[in-house]
Design a protein around this ligand. Structure first.
Ligand SMILES: [Ca+2]
Ligand SMILES: [Ca+2]
Ligand SMILES: [Ca+2]
Ligand SMILES: [Ca+2]
Length: 477
């Protein structure tokens, strides 16, 4: 059963709340998430490198600026420059490694002074510790950048714990579980070294109003306040829109450390489903991309959407879920970010029977922590009578189930939205229930903790008034 809702005090709501109507004047309002410090770096290669350098560059920037990593929740921003950076990130042929220093081996990656050197062979092939090379790539980038930030090697803290990213996990796990992101003590050490603070690991909850006074508006509820205050109230370059015509997802598409908003227009002027991306660095005042996709119009109730980098190439892909596809089942159709969504990465039927929007929410998230986005199918009222969480494994191309859970949440209906992100910072994805009008009279956030989803981590009344109208849309990042 749903537990007690923690109500914030009226005074706190008055201080951080926003009760509707026109948002405050936008002139001079900075986009949310400005860093305390920007660190620049350059990318170079040495020797006969076989890995694709553009992919290396993109994945490095995405990893460095990831909320879970050395960006420290957004305090630090890493920006690639053509020359004159604070450090140089190298992709180097194994035989070139000893040339950086006698302590560097052709078998490993290395950090010497301002040189952060990634071994090209291991970059391409990974190690046996990680079944998927993308997890290894995040690990090695975080590990070597951690050295540049002044951190030395550390050991496993205890059996079953997440391994520190500065542990040499490719050599021995020492009883720990593999982990590609810095743990809390490591983040704190890096923050101390840089003279900045670690920002909250709680993701921001983006409340998007499609019918704002200025058009489509963005009202991010900060993670640090546990969604009890707004980070900003931002008009966007997008006119008023409607839930029937547009879907939205939030992600940092260009890896600059600021969340962008991906708008999906179900039937565009091009006669196709279109993708229009509002650029976070502009405060959503400018578009980053307009694209007519490979997908025909998707008006009506038959399709829903989310975004993730499905193939790990550092380019954000768009997943279109056909609720009752030609196969008779729920289908996954992935538009490739590398072609600005003009071609397909994957089109497949799944073992999931047809799903209706009234009963099912379809989202991406990484349930099993293998770095490959999985498909979360949240059944608002399953056979168990509870809200159920079902996960199709991305590594099997959505053919194999990796979880069926009757959650701690009672059966729900369309007054609830469901999102997926690691809300409590323990490395496991959580299911975030957004109740549009809670008993508190406000929009409420109720978090089911992964990987079991059988317990709540958080019950809060957010700073947002009731969002019962369907023109309020939500995502987290
Ligand atoms: Ca961005
Ligand atoms: Ca991709
Ligand atoms: Ca996965
Ligand atoms: Ca979690």
């Amino acid at each position: 059963m749903l537990g007690t809702v923690l109500l914030v005090s009226a005074a706190a709501l008055a201080g951080g709340g926003w009760l509707g109507g026109a948002p405050p004047a936008s002139a001079g309002v900075p986009p949310p998430g400005q860093p305390a410090r920007t660190i620049t770096y350059e990318v170079q290669t040495r020797g006969a490198v076989q890995g694709d350098v553009d992919t290396f560059r993109r994945i490095a920037q995405a990893t460095f600026n990831d909320r879970r990593g050395w960006s420290l929740g957004g305090s630090l921003r890493f920006q690639e420059v053509s020359s004159g950076g604070s450090f140089t990130l190298w992709l180097a042929e194994p035989a070139a490694l000893p040339g950086f220093s006698s302590v560097c081996s052709p078998e490993y990656s290395c950090r010497v002074g301002r040189d952060v050197v990634i071994n090209d062979e291991r970059w391409r092939l990974g190690t046996s510790t990680w079944p998927d090379v993308r997890e290894y790539r995040a690990y090695v980038l975080n590990h070597e950048l951690g050295h540049w930030l002044g951190l030395g090697h550390t050991d496993c803290t205890g059996p079953g714990a997440l391994a520190p990213v500065m542990q040499q996990q490719s050599i021995s796990l020492g009883g720990c579980r593999t982990n590609t992101w810095p743990i809390e003590s490591e983040r704190q050490a890096a923050a101390n070294g840089q003279g900045v603070s670690v920002r909250s690991e709680v993701p921001a909850l983006y409340a998007i109003s499609q019918a704002g006074g200025t058009g489509t508006e963005v009202h991010p509820l900060s993670g640090a306040s546990l969604h009890q205050s707004f980070a900003a109230h931002l008009p966007t370059a997008l006119h008023q829109t409607s839930p029937e015509d547009w879907d939205f997802a939030v992600a940092d598409r260009d890896h600059d450390g600021v969340d962008d908003i991906v708008g999906i227009l179900r039937t565009g002027g091009s006669g196709r489903t279109e993708v229009h991306v509002l650029d976070g660095a502009s405060g959503y005042g400018a578009f980053q991309l307009h694209s007519a996709t490979a997908l025909p119009p998707t008006g009506g109730d038959g399709w829903s959407f989310d975004v993730a980098d499905v193939n790990g190439d550092g380019r954000l892909d768009v997943l279109a879920f056909a609720r009752a596809g030609a196969s008779g089942n729920t289908e996954v159709h992935v538009l490739d970010g590398a072609t600005d969504y003009g071609s397909w990465l994957l089109q497949t039927a799944t073992p999931l029977a047809p799903t209706t929007s009234a009963d099912w929410v379809l989202r991406t998230g990484d349930h099993d922590r293998d770095g490959v986005p999985d498909l979360y199918a949240v059944n608002r009222r399953g056979g168990s009578g509870q809200t159920e969480v079902h996960v199709l494994d991305g590594a099997s191309q959505y053919q194999r189930w990796s979880a069926h859970a009757a959650s701690a949440l009672h059966g729900t209906d369309q007054s609830w939205e469901f999102l997926v992100a690691d809300h409590d910072g323990d490395g496991w994805s959580d299911v975030i229930g957004v109740l549009r009008t809670g008993g508190s009279g406000r929009t409420e956030v109720h978090v089911l903790t992964g990987p079991g989803y059988d317990q709540f981590a958080v019950h809060v009344a957010s700073a947002l008034h009731s969002a019962a109208e369907p023109h309020w849309r939500f995502d987290v990042d």
